[in-house]
Design a protein around this ligand. Structure first.
Ligand SMILES: [Mg+2]
Length: 191
């Protein structure tokens, strides 16, 4: 397989950007709690922090994006910049695929923060897709952390590397604990 034809579909939150780390600080402010009282070991949906339904999640998320610039203020996950650039330099096509527009009416802020963040952190990419249905975006390899997305992609036969964090410990291999491991898995897949 020629690496020139290989498209890598890369998720942002929890894969390139430390979504849960930043969200923990914003949630501490939102709930008026010391940050230490919010577990760093969260599951998808943030029930450990007291989020019990979709409305609560949406409210916190809306506050985070519109008032605390969530998508522009996350730390980059170590190795993402280095290894994505390396893969890009080697001819792989980096296609960012994110579901950040899942709440209506502040899409401009969400998109603006996202592109600014990608540029300011030096993340190389050719394509930027704001999509819920990741299976509908063509890619040869997916890098994803959300358990539901990993399972859906794999059920459709897509090679999907689960980027490890506290939300997906139950998801089977292939799993990567770091961007170095992602890089090695991509190279092994590409032969
Ligand atoms: Mg994610």
């Amino acid at each position: 397989m020629s690496q020139n034809s290989i498209v890598i579909g890369v998720d942002l939150d929890g894969v390139c950007a430390d979504f849960y780390g930043r969200m923990r600080h914003i949630a501490a402010e939102w709930f008026e709690k010391p940050v230490d009282e919010l577990s760093a070991e969260v599951s998808y949906g943030l029930s450990e922090w007291g989020i019990t339904n979709q409305n609560q999640y949406d409210s916190l998320h809306r506050f985070a994006v519109t008032q605390r610039e969530l998508f522009g203020s996350m730390e980059v996950i170590p190795g993402a910049r280095k290894y994505l650039r390396q893969l890009s330099d080697e001819g792989y096509r980096i296609r960012i695929i994110t579901h950040r527009l899942f709440i209506h009416y502040f899409h401009a802020a969400a998109v603006q923060q996202t592109v600014n963040w990608l540029d300011s952190h030096g993340i190389p990419y050719w394509d930027l897709c704001f999509m819920k249905e990741k299976t509908q975006v063509g890619a040869d390899i997916y890098i994803e952390d959300s358990p539901g997305n990993v399972e859906q992609l794999r059920s459709r036969g897509f090679f999907t590397i689960c980027f490890g964090n506290s939300t997906n410990r139950h998801i089977e291999t292939p799993r990567a604990g770091s961007w170095r491991e992602v890089y090695d898995m991509v190279k092994a897949f590409a032969g």
